[in-house]
Ligand binder design. Structure first.
Ligand code: CTP
Ligand code: CA
Length: 224
């Protein structure tokens, strides 16, 4: 068995994957979140581990379960926690895939007690969160760095801007344009764009299939 495992293509490779939403606290009982289920990131983690990689899966809150002996799950809640968890592991990684739907903004002040309702409106001041993927791009040495992009207009242009801005090697552009693609749906319409701006549109695929295609890109990068 050890002999079989030693022949797996991603044997010896360490891969960091982010997944799920982040929850940004408002007060002790409330948060700002999003509809990400975490499935894309979990599928990527599983596909990588099935090919022999050692995977660190940093995930926001999700109901999904991961049981694979080669996947270490690091549970986080907020974008700040996800940022620190990613930086704890990144230097030791060969590849990182950012599939998490990280909140772009969070409440500037977290109320220490539950906010009581009053007769007036409530305004929350929001501040920008850290861009985790950009920060990994700045720190990157030899890592193969893969990000996602979700765009609703000028998709290709905006995705290319993200490749440059975040110092990525590959971006997975997720389209909402097609029927059946998006949050909570089983299928995705994606286009791969590499750092040389080569575009590769894929058919409508399940998330498992997209995950395998991403793993295939990683294998191609390492010539395995
Ligand atoms: N990302 C991240 N940290 C953030 C925001 C985004 O790591 N604070 C990552 C996501 O995991 C994804 C990529 O950046 O891999 C792009 O996310 P996306 O929301 O499409 O782009 P943003 O850079 O946040 O820009 P915008 O939402 O304005 O399009
Ligand atoms: Ca965003």
């Amino acid at each position: 068995e050890a002999d079989l495992e030693s022949k797996l293509p991603l044997r010896g490779k360490k891969i960091l994957v982010t997944a799920g939403p982040t929850y940004e606290p408002i007060d002790p009982v409330r948060f700002i979140g999003n509809h990400s289920t975490g499935k894309m990131g979990f599928d990527i983690a599983k596909a990588a581990a099935d090919e022999g990689a050692e995977v660190i899966l940093v995930t926001g809150p999700t109901h999904l379960k991961m049981s694979h002996s080669s996947v270490k799950v690091v549970n986080v809640t907020s974008s700040e926690e996800m940022y620190h968890a990613c930086h704890e592991y990144f230097a030791d990684m060969d590849t990182a895939v950012a599939a998490a739907a990280v909140a772009d903004y969070r409440p500037k002040y977290v109320a220490p007690q539950k906010i009581k309702k009053s007769d007036s409106n409530l305004t929350l001041e929001l501040e920008k969160t850290k861009d985790i993927l950009s920060s990994l791009g700045e720190k990157k040495k030899n890592q193969f760095l893969i990000g996602f992009a979700l765009e609703t207009e000028n998709e290709i242009e905006n995705a290319k801007l993200k490749i440059k801005k975040k110092n990525l090697d590959l971006i997975v552009l997720n389209s909402l344009n097609d029927e059946g693609a998006g949050f909570g749906k089983p299928t995705n319409k994606v286009t791969f764009i590499d750092k040389d701006f080569n575009e590769e549109p894929l058919e409508l695929k399940t998330k498992e299939e997209v995950a395998q295609d991403i793993i295939n890109k990683i294998k191609t990068h390492y010539n395995v």
